[in-house]
Each structure stands twice: as C-alpha cells, then as structure tokens.
Design a protein around this ligand. Structure first.
Ligand code: NAP
Length: 687
C-alpha cells in the first residue's frame, strides 16, 4: 500500500496522480476561475503525462492487487473511504462553493457521494460472496440425469475502468463510478471535467493519501487525457458522463468500434414532469408539482442531468400553474453560495452561463418567458458574470420541436401544454429517451397507467407522486445507488448503479458448464447433484469456520399419518379442502386424496434435521426458494438431505450466515419439497 502525504493544493497547475506519484505538468493550462468571484483558481492541463504508462500500471499492478482481494475485502476498503472523505468534508464544501454550489448543493455532491460508497460497501457484503467469483442466478439443468449443469458466473474484468466525468458533481459523479468498479475488482483512472477538476483533485488527494487503496488501484488525470483511448482494448470500460455531443465523438473511437472496449454513456436528457389532467384541479397535486419544478431549477442552479426541462401541464390548467410558478420563484435569494440566506448559487462559469443564455434565446423562438424577466439582485460581494435568474418558458407554438431537442443546462424549464394523456405520452417521448420522468396525480388514476405504459421504455427511472408518497419520495432529480441511473436513446443508452447491477458493468459474465462437482468447486457454492460430504458430525454442531460447502446430513425417516394432518389442521387452523376432505381432494385435478400440508412438511423436516441443544447455530432466519413438488399422502415416509450451500460473513464479527440446501424425499426418493434454510452461525473469533 502507498501512503503519500497529500501535497498542498496545486496552484496554478493542477497535478495528476500517475503511476502512484503526483505529477505537475510543466507550462500553462486552461485557466479555471471562481464562479463566484471570478478570480483565477488554477490551470488544468495533462500535457506530457504518460497515459499509456497509467493504463499499464493499472492493468499490471492495480488489477492484480484488487483481484487478490475478495468482494468483501474490497467492500471493506470502499467503506473505509467514507471515513476518509468525512474527515475532509469542510475543505470539499469550501472548494465546491467556488464552483457556485450552496451548502445544500455540496451536500448532494459530497455526502451523496459518501452515501454511494457506503451503500455499495453494504450491498456487496450482503449480496455478494466473500469470494473471487459471484454466481448469477440458479444453475440450469442441462441433462436428464443431473450430471451436466450450466451456471452463469461473474469475474472481474482484467483491464482498467476509465471514468470521464461531467463538471456538475465533481465528487458524487466520480464516486458513483468508483464504488462499483473497486468492489468489482477493477482499477480506475479518474478524469474529471476541467471546470471543477480542483474539487475532484482535492477529493483524490485525500483518498490516495489515506493508504486505504492498493498501489495502482486509482490514478487521476486533470486535463485532456491525450491518446488514452489508443491504449484501451476489450478488457477495459469507459464510463462517460457529459453531453451527448461529446459522447457521440468519443464512442466513434477505434477502442470501441474495433477493439470492443465497453463505452457506457450517461448524457444529457430532456426530462419531463407531467401533471395529470385529473390532478390539475387538486390543489395538493399542483402544489407538489410546482414545488418539484422549483427544487429542480434551484438545486445546483439547474445544472443537473436529471433536472425537469419540460413541465407538461393540461391545457386548461396552464394559466393557474404558471401563476403558481411565478409566486414560487418570487423573492428567491441568489448570490454568494456561502451566505446562509442564499437559495441558489452561480452556474459553473461565465462562459457556461453564456451558453445557457444562448440556448434560452433559441427557445424563445417558439416560447414566451413567464418567469425570469427581472434583474439579478445578488446577495454578497460577487462577480455577476456566472449568475442567472431561474427561467420558466411557456411553449406557444405546439409545433416548435426545439423544446424537445435543446438542453439549457441551467435553471431553465419549459411549460408545455397538452390535451390529454395520449398527447402527454407523445410529447414526453419526443425527448428521444431520457434519464427520468415524473408524474403527479392519484395512484388510481387510469391516466397514470397510460403514462407508464407509454413512456417506461423511454426512461431509466420513473417517479410517480401522489398524496401518500409526497413527503417520502426522494425527488425527481435524485439518482439513488440502489436504483438504476441512465436512460435510452438521447440519454446515452447507458446504465449505472442499481445496486449490484452496477458492479456487473465491471465484470465479465461467463456461462460455466460442467459437472455439479466442478461447478461447486469453482464457484464455492453447492450445486445440486454435487457429492455431499456425509462423513461429518451433525452440521449444526459445527461453527461457521468449521463447516465446509457440501457438508451434509441425511436424516432418519418419518411416516406422515392422517393424525399428523388432523393435528396440524387443528393447530394452524388451515383446513383447506385438500387436507380435510378426501372426496373433494380426489375431485381436484391435482390430488389423489387428502394430502399433508406443505407447511407441515417444512415443520416436520425441521424436526428431522435440527440439533436440539444450544450450539453454534444461533437462529434460523428464513427460507428461500420454497417449492412443493410432489404431494405427500398419509402413509408416505419422508427424509431429507441438509447440505451446506453457501456461507457469507455478517456485520457482526462473531457471526456468519450459512445457507442450507434442503431436499425432502419420499420413500421412492422423489423430491417432495426443496428450499434453502438461512441460519446465523457462530464464528471462531481470534481473541
Ligand atoms: P462535456 O463538455 O461533454 O464534458 C464531459 C467530459 O468529457 C469532461 O470531463 C470533458 O473534459 C470530457 N471530454 C470532452 N472532450 C473530450 C475528449 N475529446 N476526450 C476525452 N474527454 C473529453 O460535458 P460537461 O459540460 O462537463 O457536462 C454537462 C453535460 O453533461 C450536460 O449536457 C449534462 O446533461 C450532462 N450530464 C449528464 C449526466 C448523466 O448522468 N446523464 C450527469 C451530469 C451531466 P474537459 O472538461 O476537460 O473538456
């Protein structure tokens, strides 16, 4: 592990972290100014940086070091990074303010980024094995006799994960890619957007100085990455976030078209929010709709890829909604983002503000400005060049297509009138594929279903807000680490996060076929049909550390009697006809007479396999994949195999989860029930 003391922030030229060294290029770079004061903050250039050496170092040093760790080791490492960021939050907040971000904006970026790391650490520990290979779904039975199985498996890709980020969230935007890549076992090269690279540089100075990351696991390029893509091939993944125009240019590179490196793009998006016709007369719905639009426009001064760019309002309600929007923005405080009274800060730069203003001018060819006519009245001693008033346009020309094509990446949205739900669907789809859409109205409104079926395939995420989730909903513009972020078509066609799904982008899925024994040995998870080890003590007498995958118990037999069925019916109250009425059971297409309750079989099975005394098995906390396969009639005899299928450590260091494969057989060795039993088992913790 490398422990490099953090160098002082590099001024005027930002450093890059290359082959485990901070390197400062000679000469001048692109100047970056404070969005708030206009002062020069730094210059950004990667001139002279050997990006080929970075790729080789990641592949030859970082990758092997990460792959030597298990998913759980890497999850623990990612969790440690949360603590490192927490120690330096104040510095990151202060730097973010220079980019125009209020404290709330910085919270979304910095704390939101920490939340992504923490979520990935937790999900990886719970949902992935403490191993080097992860299985994908259950095995496929490919032969009649069970001697040949297929099992999809995930293993880490052996290349480098390059991330190219947009300027708006210099911490979150990078960490949401870093967490899944590291958990998967891929080294990362981070390339932040130049306008906010100074914030990302500070973040990575601390992460890299922490000693938490193995050598080569993370490198950092401030500035244009030169011929980086020339060094990439089918082992590598590029995660790009930025404009559709840049994505279009980059994805044409031979690294992707000829050498099959993966290009995952998250680009711009004309996200829509729809007020359903029946909701337009309901003050609660209108209030929530307007509040959401306002929040989307002022958070990060509207510089969010997920912000509401098109607000669809029923024709009859347009005047009322516009009036509410005018009220909502009246008196909004804009200015120095460090001033507690300020609700909206600056755009990232004067030139970006100019780009947004020009896009608004283009939109005014078919729209009218209904909010944002007033002068800028700024709080604090600031340079006004990067500030802008929130702007709401109203579409006046229904055939004006630019509202569905141009993205004003700032505090701008357009109100678009619609006739009915089908018209709203058509308008939303004209965005050409978006990251997210939201719909405001009652949960049982048939138009909600029309919207859902009409637009789901055009979006990565949909938010429905009614009166019952109005306070708990997490926000139109808020991507969550548990849920997929991305969108089809114009939104880039990529997908990130979504819990463990996001980790899979950095791994290769392989269809592994072979005998059950081979699959068990290679995956570390018991596959049905593999040899069981019956030559052990009762497995419930073994600690977590003593139990081996495949350790098993074959129980004694138990005869199921009519008395058992009667008693269980009396005890449980379950007097379903199939258990109680012989004639009715015979008349059914499924049974030949009265059958035992499935839940009785599960209970009787527990009676056959448990070891009654206190021991390493502390508790049973559930069943999974339960299937009743063959009816059990009075007089049948059952017995079962209990086989250790899987082991996962728990948050509590002295406990682990052991999953047992249970196969209940009848006297003819037919499987009558199959399921997994989950138990908490004591670990031997060294004193
Ligand atoms: P951008 O201009 O497209 O830049 C994105 C990134 O690409 C930056 O890091 C930029 O580096 C880099 N880049 C540009 N040309 C490159 C090249 N030839 N080779 C390698 N890298 C290159 O976008 P932006 O202005 O930073 O961000 C705003 C846009 O991003 C908006 O359109 C917004 O909708 C979109 N966005 C999308 C998402 C999403 O998740 N879908 C999230 C945030 C933002 P330099 O800065 O050094 O030029």
């Amino acid at each position: 592990m490398t422990s490099v003391p953090p160098p002082a922030p590099t001024k005027p030229v930002l450093s890059s972290y290359v082959v485990d060294q901070w390197v400062t290029p000679d000469g001048d770079g692109e100047p970056v100014h404070s969005a708030v004061t206009g002062e020069l903050l730094c210059q950004v250039t990667a001139a002279g940086i050997d990006v080929g050496a970075m790729v080789r170092h990641a592949r030859e040093v970082g990758g092997p070091a990460l792959r030597a760790m298990t998913f759980h080791d890497r999850a623990a490492m990612v969790k440690e990074l949360v603590g490192v960021i927490a120690e330096h939050k104040d510095e990151l907040y202060a730097l973010s303010a220079q980019s125009g971000a209020t404290k709330k904006d910085a919270w979304v970026d910095v704390d939101g980024g920490m939340g992504v790391l923490a979520t990935y650490a937790s999900k990886a520990r719970k949902e992935l094995p403490n191993a080097h290979v992860a299985v994908d779904g259950p095995p496929e039975h490919l032969s009649r006799d069970g001697s040949f199985l297929g099992q999809h498996v995930w293993t880490p890709r052996e290349g480098v994960a390059v991330q190219i980020n947009a300027f708006n969230f210099p911490c979150w935007g990078s960490l949401e890619k870093l967490a899944p890549a590291l958990v998967a076992g891929m080294p990362v090269i981070v390339k932040p957007a130049s306008p906010t690279a100074y914030v990302a540089e500070a973040l990575y100075r601390h992460l890299l100085a922490s000693g938490v990351l193995p050598d080569g696991a993370v490198q950092f390029i401030a500035g244009h990455p030169g011929d980086l893509f020339d060094h990439l091939d089918g082992r590598d993944v590029v995660g790009f976030t930025g404009s559709a125009a840049t994505a279009e240019h980059l994805r044409g590179h031979r690294a992707f078209t000829a050498r099959s490196a993966t290009f995952v793009a998250e680009t711009d998006s004309l996200n829509a929010s729809v007020l359903l016709p029946s909701a337009a007369g309901d003050d609660g719905h209108v209030e929530r709709f307007v509040r959401e639009i306002k929040r989307e426009l002022i958070t990060k001064a509207g510089q969010r890829c997920t912000a509401i760019r098109r607000a669809l309002v029923p024709e009859a309600a347009v005047d009322a909604v516009v009036a509410r929007l005018q009220d909502a923005f009246d008196g909004l405080t804009i200015g120095d983002p460090t001033d507690e009274s300020v609700r909206m800060g600056a755009l990232v730069s004067a030139s970006h503000r100019e780009d947004v203003a020009q896009t608004v001018d283009k939109l005014l060819a078919g729209c009218r400005r209904v909010v944002g006519d007033g002068d800028l009245d700024l709080v604090g001693d600031v340079d006004p060049a990067a500030f802008m008033v929130p702007t709401v346009l109203l579409l006046e020309d229904p055939d004006f297509e630019a509202v569905h094509e141009l993205e004003p990446f700032g505090p701008v949205t357009t109100v678009i009138p619609f006739r009915d739900a089908a018209h709203a669907v058509d308008l939303v789809r004209r965005g050409g594929g978006s990251l997210v859409a939201s719909v405001f109205g009652d949960a049982d409104d048939p138009d909600a279903a029309t919207l859902f079926t009409g637009i789901a395939s055009h979006h990565g995420r949909l938010l429905f807000v009614d009166a019952t989730d109005a306070e708990s909903q997490t926000g139109h513009g808020t991507p969550l680490p548990h849920l997929v972020h991305g969108g089809p078509g114009r939104a880039g066609g990529g997908e990130e996060m979504g819990g463990v799904r996001g980790i899979h982008h950095y791994m290769q899925r392989t269809a592994l076929t072979g005998s059950p024994e081979l699959i068990t040995n290679l995956t570390g998870r018991y596959a049905p049909g593999a040899p069981r080890n019956l030559d052990v003590e009762h497995p419930f007498k073994l600690t977590y550390d003593q139990i081996r995958i495949g350790d098993a118990l074959l129980t004694d037999e138990r005869e199921i009697t009519l008395d058992d069925i009667e008693s269980f019916a009396a005890l449980s109250g379950d007097t379903f006809y199939a258990h109680m009425d012989d004639e009715a059971a015979k008349a059914s297409p499924i049974f030949e007479g009265r059958v035992a309750h499935g839940y009785f079989l599960v209970s009787a099975a527990a009676g056959l396999f448990v070891w009654p005394d206190p021991g390493p098995v502390l508790a049973n906390f559930g069943l999974e994949n339960l299937r009743f396969m063959t009816p059990v009639y009075p007089g049948d005899r059952i017995r079962l195999y209990l086989t250790c299928k899987d082991k996962v450590t728990r948050r509590e260091p002295d406990q682990g989860t052991v999953t047992w494969d249970v196969e209940v057989l009848n006297q003819d060795d037919e499987v009558v029930a199959a399921y997994d039993v989950l138990t908490i088992v004591k670990r031997e913790v060294p004193a």
